[in-house]
Structures are given as C-alpha cells and as structure tokens.
Design a protein around this ligand. Sequence first.
Ligand code: ADP
Ligand code: ZN
Ligand code: ZN
Length: 818
Amino acid sequence: MTYFVDVLLPIPLERFFTYQISPEEASYIQKGIRIAVPFGKSKIYTSLAVQVHQNPPEAYEAKEIHQILDDSPIITEVQFKHWQWVASYYMCTLGEVMRSALPSSLLLESETLIFPKDLETIEDTSLSDNEFLILEALRHQSSLRIAEIAAIIERKTVLPIVHQLVKKGIIALKEELHEKYRPKMVDYVRLAAKYDSEEGLEGILKELSRAKKQSHALLSFFQLQSSNKGPITLKQLQTESRATAAVIKALIAKGVFEKYQIRTDRVQFRTNDKMVANITFNAEQRQAFDAIKLAFDEKKVCLLHGVTSSGKTEVFIKLINEVLQDQKQVLYLLPEIALTAQLIHRMQSYFGNQVAIYHSKYSLDERVEVWNNVLDGNEKARVVVGARSALFLPFQELGLIVVDEEHEASFKQFDPAPRYHARDAAIVLANLHHSACVLGSATPSIESYYNVEQKKYGLATITRRYGEVLMPDIELVDIKEETRKKRMKGRFSERLITEISGCLEEKEQVILFQNRRGFAPIVECTTCGHVSQCPNCDVSLTYHQRRNQLRCHYCGYHIALLQSCQACGSNTLDTKGFGTEQIQEELTRLFPENSIARMDLDTTRGKHAYEKIITAFEQHEIDILVGTQMVTKGLDFRNVALVGVMNADTLLNFPDYRAHERSFQLLTQVAGRAGRTKKRGKVLIQSYNPYHQILHQVSNYDFEKMFGEQLYERGQFKYPPHIRIIKITLKDRDYNKLNEASDWFATSLRSMLKAQVLGPEYPAIARIRNQYLKNIIVKVDKQQSMAKTKNSIKRIEKSFNAISQYRSIRLVYNVDHI
Ligand code: ADP
Ligand code: ZN
Ligand code: ZN
C-alpha cells in the first residue's frame, strides 16, 4: 500500500502539496502535525499535515517527507476553519495565513539562520555528538543555515536537534537577535534593617535631632510608608519631603536608608492581589454589564460604548471572571500600541499568573511558550492579552473575546497578507467557538455603531466617568485670530501658554498632541518652491533636526540637510509645517525650568523605549509630554490636568473619506487623557478653523451627531458601511507596463462585475522603493454577493497572469481596505 499526505506549506500556493509516506507514518500522522518536507530544488519547509490518503498526485511525482516534527497536532480544527475563512475573505492563500499565524520558531526552514547565543558557558560533555558538531561549526562561523547543518551532521532530520538547542538556550534564530535590552531601573529607598525597631528608631531620631532637614525627610518617609503599602521610590520621598537629593544622599551615607533598584519596564508576573468580587459597579456599569449579558444570551456581539475612564475595563474584568469560572479561555485583544504595562498589570492584579501576554515585541521563546500553554489549556494562559496576532493562537475552548479600542485602524493588518481586520476576524473566531464577543470603545467605529443600528450587535452604554469625575472641559482656540492679533509665540497661542504655566505651577502634568513626527515635514525653497524628494519613492523628504538630515519615511533614504536649493541654488530653504521635535524645542525655550519629553516613532524605536517614557511620565520625571497618536491610547495618568492639541487642521484636512471619523476619535481619545481624578481636566484644541462641525461635536461629546452626519455623507458618496470596498493595488518597476496592465485589469473588472469600479488611479504616494503603484477600487453593494465578486476577480487574475508581459506585476488585494 502506498500512502500520501497532503500538507499546507507556509508559502503562497493555491493548493495543498502531496508527499509520499510509509504505512507507519500514515498511521501516525494526524491533521495539524508539523512535517518537514523538501520543496523546490533544495528547500526544506515546515508544513502542516492536512489529510492522509492513497491517491497519488496527478501532475507530479510525490516526494518523500523529511520527518515528522510533532507527537500531536499543534493547531486545532477550529483554527484551521478560521484560517480558511481569513484566506477566503481577505483573498489570500492559506499558506500566507499559516506563515503569519505561527511563531517563526515553529516554522523552521532550510533558509532559517541560526546564531550562537551562549557558547562560553557550555560544557561539551552535556552535548550529544551532533550538537557538538553544530557548535563547533558555530565557533568558526557566525551563523548557519538549517540546510548547512544538515550537511554538517550528514542527516536530513535536523529540526529536532535545532529545536533542542534553541530550548537549551545555546542558539537563537535570527529573528530573535534584537538589540541588547537594557531595562530601566527605578531607585527605591527603604529603612536599613537595624533601625527597623522602636529602639532603633528612637536612637536615630535623637541622632538626627540637629540635622533638621534629614529628620524631616525621615518623618516624611514614615508618612509615605503608612499611606501607601508598596515600596517607596526615591523620587516620591524627595517630592513628599521637599528635600534635596543631597539630604537623602546623606541619610543613605549614614546607613539610615538603603537605596535599591527595581526594574519597572518589564512586565513581571504578579500574584493577584485584587479580588474581582470586590469590584462594586456604579449604576451605569451595572446596566451596561446586564445589557452585555442580554446580548450574549441572544447570541449577539455587544458593543460597549463608554466614555473615556468610565470603567469599561472593570466591566470586562467581571465578564472575564465569569468565563474563567466556567473553565474557559479568554482572549483580550488590544491594538499593539495600547498594550501597555499598565493594562497588563491591571489584568495580572486580578487574574495573577493566569494572564499570558502575546505580541510582537516579545521574544520568540516567550511566544512559543504562550502558544503551547494555550494549546494545552494550561492554567498559565487562561486569559491571553494580546495584539492582533493573538487571534491565531490554538485556543481549546474560548468563552469570551474582548476587542478593546475596537475603532482602532491598526487592527487592520496592512502588509503582508493576510490583510485582515482583527476585530472582524475575532467575531468570526468567536462564532466558530460559540463564544461570546464584546467590543469596547469610547469612540466606536462607524461600522460597529451601524451594526448596532441594524440590530446586528447589542449595545451597552456608559455616559459618565467613574467616581463623579467630570469629562474634561474642551475649549477651541482660534489660531487664525490669534495670529492676526500677533498673540502667537511660535506654535503656541497665548491661551495655551497660560494654561500650561498654570498647570506647571500646580505641579500638574501636561500632554501636547501633535499629529506629525520629525522636526518639520518638508524643506522648501522660498525662492523657487522646490522641495527635496526621495529618489526611490514619490514623497517629500522630512527634515530631522537632531540628526540634521532629510529622511524618507517610507524607505529610510537619507541625506544631510542641504545648504542651498538643489534646483535654483539659492540659500533660501525654509522648514514648513511642524512636528513633535519642533514643538519640543519651542517648549524648552518657553519653559526652561521644566522637563520635557517626546513620544513618537523616533523616540520609541527600541524594544522598551515606549515603556520607559511612560514610566518616567508616571513617576513624574517628566512635566510635559509631547507626542503623536501614541499618547492617545489607553494611558491612565493620574496627574494630567491639561491636554493641548497643537493643530487639529492637519487631521481634518487629510484626503480620505474617514478623515472626519478619525479626527473625532483621535481628538476625543486624546482629550480623555486629561483630568482623570476629581479635579476637572482641561483640553485646548488649536485650529485655524474652529467652526468645523467635527470640532464642535468633539467639544460637546456628541458622538450621535457625528455618527448621523458621517453615515449620511457616506451614503451620499457610496462608502462603507453602506457598501464594501476591495482595493486592488498593482505594482511594478516599469511605469508604462504598469499603466497598461492596470488599464487591462480595470477594463476586465468593469465588464465582468456588477460592482462599481474606480480607477486605476495613482495613490497619493505613487512610487515606493522604486515600485510604481496604481490602485483600483471595487465598490460592492450590500445586495451583491461578496463571494461571487471575489470569484470573478480571481478569474480575471487568472487570465491576467496568463499574459506573459504582465508576469512581473505584483497584485495586492485589500478587502475592507481602511
Ligand atoms: P475605561 O476603560 O472606560 O477607560 P477604566 O476601567 O480604566 O475606564 O476606569 C477608570 C478608573 O476608574 C480606573 O482607575 C478604575 O480602576 C476606576 N474604576 C472603574 N470602575 C470602578 C469600580 N467599579 N470600582 C472601583 N474603581 C473603578
Ligand atoms: Zn530654489
Ligand atoms: Zn523613499
């Protein structure tokens, strides 16, 4: 008897691939087990078994497999179905879904690079012969491919050995070798052990009786100790006692205090020190909770629309708790950027070690560990808090999915395929598991709210902040008027400066939001109007002051700042527009006494840079934080009294049908960072056009009005949620060929589809990395079948691919493009 196995390969193939196996292998292999297989001339891939059968493939001679990698399946039947949905809905291959779903160390392949991690401390005796050979090779060569290892040990079956070495921490995969990570340490003080008694204390107080400042600091320490249970930071002690650093240093020198450090930026496992049972809802939270349960009973997704700081998270925590009592798993999805240590700590303080974190900044080892814990239904991963890729974990029995900040555009994967929307894919996953699903936001997406209106989703609302805290007072500042009256200092209106000064005097913190990074987006010649362009992409270069460079944000191209115009040679170059860096610089001049920090893509590149800024701000080491979108997400700072929006117009004028919705969301979210305690927060929004309807809706917290208007406009111009959009992008280096090909494609679409076809059109940035781009937009009415439309498009693609001169053209589908 000859047996065969169909496998799924992590590459964009339309079909499964078939290999020959022995009868023993056939009886062993189950669906979802990994198998290493040869593919192409010399490649090895990790594939997933799909089906064992006895039908040889027709078009080719089946090769033998290399080896079986697992004892039992590493993915579940439900996952498989979910992947299939993702592939078909988002028009990509199952292999592409597989590649993005599995952590890369579960996907070893012949091209994977292996690096030595820790060769010094290994005792050779602890190694097998083959392991020894591999390490010997790595002592002479900085890295090896899996295929090379196969040659070294003269065996085809190398993956188990490599896995073993990774597990032992001796080698690492290339993906893992990120920068060296230096944790941020925070200084703490404690009383030296010998004074930790009544007598000891009396002694030291007597001793210090003549050092007034020191004894005052000591007393402040006791006060702090009695008022907060946790450890006391050096900073806290200084603020509380108003002592100088020297005073405390003296006490440390005398051996009264001991200084020690705790790393704060690391997400540590904590035991649960809070009880869910102790959460008492206010009336609105209780109603919201009941409304959500009602929707669940009706098998509906529920949208929780609660203003910022209304206690949505606490509602989620109670829901999660109920699911855990049923022994089921919970997935808590957040946009990458909102996945902060704050939120994680909060979850851990209720659910302790049952909380597992899954996102791209975690190492591969950590991710594989979470994967296995979820697969085994282990206690350690009952609640998975993660970014969008956590959707692809091998859940056994999911009881609840929470999609927090559901309106966030970053839930949609842009590149590479699958270009899925995590919220929508989560709803499908919940269905497959018969699990409940709740979406949360202070500013729901038009789509979700529309689904509520259509009675597809349930709705729960919380209109007030928790604990009598008022919504911040939002004031619009007319900077056109202020400019006319010469009341602007740089980008700052007099109003804003006054408010900032007031806050700083009260020792309160300020957040300033600026929707651009870099010092100034472009450098323009005021004589001839020339703007330096990236030679590879169709965008202007951005000026970065710190490095004195012009940079391309798309491909990384950079040159030193020019002294004179490239076009006309005159030295009249002017920076136009403004970014976070410039705001920071102006602030330093306006408030030289205060500490000012910046949070944007440039300052948060390092693995933990983001957490470090947040921690510093939390610890009040920073008075004013200037930032981009990053400051708007889910952060809960107690001491922020003022939020300033430097310029709302760049948001409102963005050329996109979602610009108004986005502006509303962003401004409301950033305003929500202000005044989270009893004192009412203040928000100033600077704009050249303070009469814009969106700004009024933001300042009146009028979500309904915004929704109504936007929905109407989208109806007029045929945009989602009234219709669906499939965006097709064609890419090629050859400009003329691209034009011809996209015309061909669009013409075929028009003749085949009932749907409205727009384009082909160049996008705002028509060339990236030397590739020209052209977009075709297909608008599919709700009455038309999405599945049929996609099938027709795929058929057109087949004919397209058959035209030989178009072979080099890359086609990218983006379904529900946002
Ligand atoms: P949201 O998620 O809506 O922004 P949070 O859940 O973060 O709001 O709540 C805001 C603040 O109010 C948090 O500090 C939270 O601990 C507190 N809070 C909310 N609900 C309760 C409750 N029922 N009991 C005690 N504190 C609560
Ligand atoms: Zn010029
Ligand atoms: Zn570029």
